[in-house]
Design a protein around this ligand. Structure first.
Ligand code: BES
Ligand code: MN
Ligand code: ZN
Length: 481
């Protein structure tokens, strides 16, 4: 879907549908721009209470040749006092997906009813762009509906803003595609191919032998039971002469739990355990496309977690590249094993900060549902900046504590640490575990287990993979350094 801006009167722009945002109970004086006959139709649906402007309420009106647009879609914005940026995105998503389902192709957006703020327009369009997604790769009959273009009927210059939201949405869609792709196709080697397809970056891949030589046995233990070999992917994008910012994405292409096998019910969803890696790929793609002045190192320690004759077993002790030993209590706490090695590996590049993003714990979804990313870290400033990016993008984060007492939970009798502290506090003990490897380097952890996948459609996120993290981190990068 393309987005354009044109300074032209709503009545004169030919399209399948003209989207007309309306605040709740705004009466009938809003529709002045139209001819009398159209105003009458709109007034009728308002006075008959068929449409009142409640948030995300829609009403489709055929214009029968009275104006150039074939239809008008009224979309409710709710009450003006309660308007938020997320509500604007949702309204944009709702209006667009409604028209998309009716197979409309060319849309226009009227700005007459908008509060004059440029940013609300942009938020609405961002919702439109994000909603226009489907995953049809595995359907024989690909009856994919999709909007061709949306034209904003405005005299404002929105070029820069539209470029940004369009690039970010496309990157989020890439992340959604990767996560929705089942693990028989989205293997560690497939992630390598995606990384190599990015432009303006350099990619280095450590295979099993090379990772062994470096001593990353914690990471390698995750893939021991699988026949798809692990790939430790390092992507560098450098467009500024500063120490790098490290972005580490958990990239377990399938998490069966390994020998600590997960229950079979719902296990099919564990293809989404590489959503962190997908987000990192999305961020680097967008950052490089926009030539952002940043220096990034993306790490995807990709592996498949399966049981097997050579799989890691509970009780095994493994060692990270930095020399710390870990007792594996549960082979299902595999993400932190891979991340521990990734964190220590990237520390050798002396990063100014490390951000990891990972579908790390089931407890994350239990605590926050699908509504927020759990954030932990050792650096106040970094956390403040991520919170700002969260306000900016609507990708919500919620900070969790890392009290030093959590250290006891992951103390091992025979090794430096153990990889599971049991059920109590398992969201934060996972974070604490990673912190031990970050040491003094400014570090931040984003647990996206609850937000990377949804089972029900939302106004601007269709069910399945959400692409979470891409817009959050891009917005963060804007203000970083
Ligand atoms: N990938 C899972 C976490 C997860 C669960 C993500 C559900 C998305 C949905 C992770 O590897 C895991 O299994 N974590 C365990 C850790 C436990 C064994 C300490 C968990 O949270 O149950
Ligand atoms: Mn697991
Ligand atoms: Zn996992």
């Amino acid at each position: 879907m393309e987005a354009y801006v044109r300074n032209i009167n709503e009545t004169l722009f030919a399209c399948d549908a003209l989207i007309w945002p309306v605040f709740e109970n705004k009466g009938e004086n809003l529709y002045g721009a139209f001819s009398k006959s159209i105003n009458e139709i709109i007034n009728n649906v308002v006075s008959s209470k068929e449409f009142s402007g409640k948030h995300n309420e829609v009403c489709l009106i055929h214009t029968k040749g009275k104006i150039k647009p074939d239809r008008i879609l009224l979309i409710g914005l709710g009450s003006q006092n309660e308007l938020t940026r997320n509500r604007l995105r949702q309204a944009g998503g709702k209006a667009t997906s409604y028209l998309r389902n009716l197979n409309m192709k060319e849309l226009a957006l009227s700005v007459s009813a908008f509060p004059s703020l440029k940013s609300s327009l942009v938020d609405f369009i961002e919702g439109s762009l994000l909603s226009d997604y489907s995953f049809a790769r595995y359907k024989k009959e690909k009856h994919v509906k999709g909007i061709k273009k949306i034209t904003i009927l405005s005299g404002e210059n929105l070029h820069k803003e539209i470029m940004w939201i369009k690039t970010a949405a496309t990157a989020a869609h890439l992340a959604r595609d990767l996560v929705n792709t089942p693990s028989n196709d989205m293997t560690p080697a497939a992630l390598v191919r995606v990384a190599r397809s990015l432009k303006k970056v350099s990619v280095r891949v450590l295979d099993k032998k090379q990772a062994e030589k470096l001593g990353m046995s914690a990471y390698l233990s995750v893939a021991q039971g699988a026949s798809n070999p692990p790939k430790f992917i390092v992507i560098t994008y450098k467009n500024k002469n500063v120490p790098p910012l490290a972005l580490i994405g958990k990239s377990v292409t399938f998490d069966s739990g390994g020998i600590s096998l997960k229950p079979s019910e719902g296990m099919e969803k564990m293809k989404y355990d590489m959503a962190g890696g997908a987000a990192v790929l999305g961020v680097i793609k967008a950052a490089s496309e926009m030539n952002m002045p940043v220096h990034l190192i993306g790490i995807l320690p990709a592996a498949e977690n399966l049981p097997g004759g050579s799989a890691a077993k509970p009780g095994d002790v493994v060692k990270t590249i930095g020399g710390k030993t870990i007792e594996i209590i549960s082979t299902d706490a595999e993400g932190r094993l891979a991340l521990a090695d990734a964190i220590e590996y990237v520390k050798r590049s002396k990063p100014s900060a490390i951000i990891d993003i990972a579908t790390l714990t089931g407890a994350c979804s239990i605590a926050l549902g699908n509504e927020a990313i759990a954030m932990m870290g050792n650096d106040k400033l970094l956390m403040e900046k991520i919170k700002e990016a969260s306000e900016e993008t609507g990708e919500r984060v919620w900070q969790m504590p890392l009290f030093e007492e959590y250290k006891d939970y992951i103390e091992s009798d025979i090794a430096d640490l153990k990889n599971s502290g049991g059920r109590n506090g398992s969201l934060v003990t996972a974070g604490y575990f990673l912190r031990e490897f970050a040491g003094d380097t400014p570090w931040l952890h984003l647990d996206i287990a609850g937000t990377a996948w949804i089972d029900k459609d939302r106004p601007y996120i269709p069910k399945g993979a959400t692409g979470i993290g891409v817009r959050l981190l891009l917005s963060f990068l804007k203000s970083f350094n």
